[in-house]
Design a protein around this ligand. Structure first.
Ligand code: C5P
Length: 246
């Protein structure tokens, strides 16, 4: 299977820093503090509703890689057209929920726009959900099987990659091969509290398990020295890459 054109080539490129702050001013400060230290900046819903979309465009125009974590899910026509417009924004990653129809509509939007530089990511099952949550939402678990089915659907829809818990990566890599990238949140550098994340791994463990990109938020944003915290994550990734060739 061909290797994904979105596969990272260095430890730094693998680090996705989640700018989970309420204002663009705070996000700008974090970007300034971590300049040159992280591969990708992730802009989520909180910031999107406070000027984050314009901010994302500006950062991309400066040549930074941006992950727009918008988790789209709607009727096909709306998804296709939304993705067409995202494809004009200079983003590197954008998320949609990993429903087969949603992913196919997203891929169609990307094809219509003809932008090879945007990686569509399917969010399998949110890492905040447990079996009971999934059941309450009308699904029949176990979670691992739902995640696996959605990974297959992402592959079949020709998505660029998936988002899943780092603890699920080992099971999913054989399904996805090297064609899709795997992006994993729930990363905690050694010595950091897990907080509200249920299934966590260290950066080194996540890379050893096969994650391509690691999403790290609070361990960097709430550190006394965000640049040093980012460097510590990269050093941990580097250690793992020496054992597992990139
Ligand atoms: O602060 P922390 O490192 O836990 O941030 C993780 C980031 O990854 C947050 O932006 C969160 O929204 C995102 N995320 C997640 N679990 C998912 C998908 C995204 O934690 N399944």
């Amino acid at each position: 299977m061909p290797k994904s054109r979105f596969a990272p080539t260095s430890a730094r490129e693998r680090l996705v820093f989640a700018l989970d702050v309420p204002t663009v001013r705070e996000a700008e400060a974090l970007v300034k503090q971590t300049d040159g230290k992280v591969g990708v900046y992730k802009i989520g819903m909180e910031l999107q509703f406070a000027g984050g979309l314009e901010f994302a465009r500006d950062l991309a125009a400066e040549g930074r890689k941006i992950f727009l974590d918008v988790k789209l899910h709607d009727i096909d026509n709306t998804i296709t057209k939304a993705v067409r417009n995202v494809a004009k924004m200079g983003m590197t990653f954008v998320t949609v929920h990993a429903y087969p129809k949603t992913m196919r509509a997203a891929v169609e939007g990307l094809a219509q726009e003809g932008n090879p530089d945007l990686c569509l990511l399917g969010v399998t099952v949110l890492t905040s959900m447990d079996e009971a949550d999934l059941c309450a939402a009308g699904y029949r678990g176990p979670i691992a099987e739902v995640v696996e089915a959605r990974a297959r659907d992402a592959r079949d829809a020709h998505m660029g990659g998936i988002v899943c818990a780092a603890t699920e990566t080992r099971r999913l890599r054989p399904i996805l091969g090297d064609e899709l990238v795997i992006v994993t949140p729930g990363i905690r550098p050694p010595g950091n509290a897990a907080g509200d994340q249920r299934r966590v791994m260290t950066p080194a463990e996540a890379v050893q398990a096969g994650s391509d990109y690691l999403v790290v938020g609070r361990p960097i944003s709430q550190a006394a020295d965000p640049a040093a915290a980012a460097e510590a994550v990269i050093a941990d990734i580097d250690g793992a890459l020496e054992a597992v060739p990139a």
